[in-house]
Design a binder for this molecule. Sequence first.
Ligand code: SAH
Ligand code: SF4
Ligand code: F3S
Length: 470
Amino acid sequence: MTAIERSDWTPPQDLGEDLAPSVHLVTFGCQMNKYDSELVLERFLARGYRVTERPEDASVVLFNTCSVREHAEERVYSHLGALKDLKRERPELVIGVVGCMAQREGARVLKRAPLVDLVVGTREFPQLPELVDEVRSTGRARVAVAEETSVDVAERPATPAGRQRHAFVAVMRGCDLNCTYCVVPKTRGRVASRPAEDLLREVRSLVEQGVREVTLLGQTVNSYGYDLPGRALKLAGLIDRLAEIDALERIHLVTSHPAYVTPDLIRVFAEQPKLSRYFPLPVQSGSDAVLKRMKRGYTSGGYRERVAALRAAAPDLELCSDWIVGFPGETDADFEQSEQLLREIGFLHSYVFKYSPRPDTAAFAVADDVPEEVKKERNQRLLHLQEESATARYARFAGGVVSARVSEQSERFPTRLMAQTRSGHQVFLEEPDAGQRAALLGAEVRVRVARFTPFGLYGERVVETAGSPA
Ligand code: SAH
Ligand code: SF4
Ligand code: F3S
């Protein structure tokens, strides 16, 4: 192991187990951040670190941060503040801020939180173990937020514990769109898609390690390939190629942009049985005036048309949206158009956010003029409508039988298993027998639906008896 040294630090006499290399990582933000955190941990594990549950037990504490709303950044600073005593007791503890806030704030993080040793942006996190060694050997804080670096994650070390059934794979990173409220183009930089051959190799290797389902990740996953030269595959072509991997059973997508819903993508929803029929397609607002000021690049009518084409191709498609309420200048009438669109489309899920002005975005220059109480009220109203929408989506299955894949055992209800249909419906099934529960993990089951809530379908497994139809 590398020497643990820091110029301003004398090692305590009792060099017990607590100085064994160990890392504690806290993740904020989106699915891409959770995935990046997995990649970071894989790298530390490969270097002999263990992962700890508590910061007190770690030699390295990292925060993988998000800048999308102000609240997300404030939470990081309050976590950092809580580490003051620990850092005073153990100055050799390396504290790092990684990801979008690190990229946006750079050295300013050190000013506001001087206990931080490392600030590492969205493109240099794969080098974290080496950067930690560097801080230890120089005893000085380090900021690594270069913009020209590209993320190199082609190599994923095998995890000692083996792979789960499901894995995330980032197929592209960054965003070239410039929605006026959004800090992501600033923090993640320009679009960079990974070559299809690299992705195919990575997924084949994951499948050899036991993976059966992958989620293809990107800030706008359906813009995959447009930045690659010449006739490089786009998302639909990539999905077709991935689907040729025999043991791979399901392909999920997170998250997409309406502007890149192409005829080819619609075709792949119609034709590719391995592609999940759950599609996150954030609309943000139902008002054309607001969409225009957001620079989303489509109207509510354009969104409706894309959804109609997708549903014509794949009638079992379920949609999920993100919404922003209280964008500057959003009137009651604008907001009612969002309510109207939510009702009309009938989303299975919605994430609703109150507009938060972000530095370095175009909308930051415009007054944040919708009062907080109004934002709150609109947020509640949209969430309430979403609950009604989900209930209606689930009600269609009452009394029927659905097929679903068992993903896990419920933590709260010991006799309950959780499963998902191909369209992303949540299914809860009772299975009193512990042996059966273990045997069913990962299996496709048929469930008779006894009841439903906005959160899913509830029922019992249909046990096929000899001679019953397959
Ligand atoms: N690339 C995705 C979204 C990435 S950010 C897309 O284009 O849909 C995730 C979500 O955060 C966005 O969909 C948006 O709803 C929300 N968001 C982004 N910036 C925000 C801001 N300044 N205030 C409130 N919500 C915001
Ligand atoms: Fe942000 Fe818009 Fe890019 Fe999504 S598409 S990441 S909301 S700029
Ligand atoms: Fe947040 Fe960065 Fe994701 S700003 S939403 S962690 S891309």
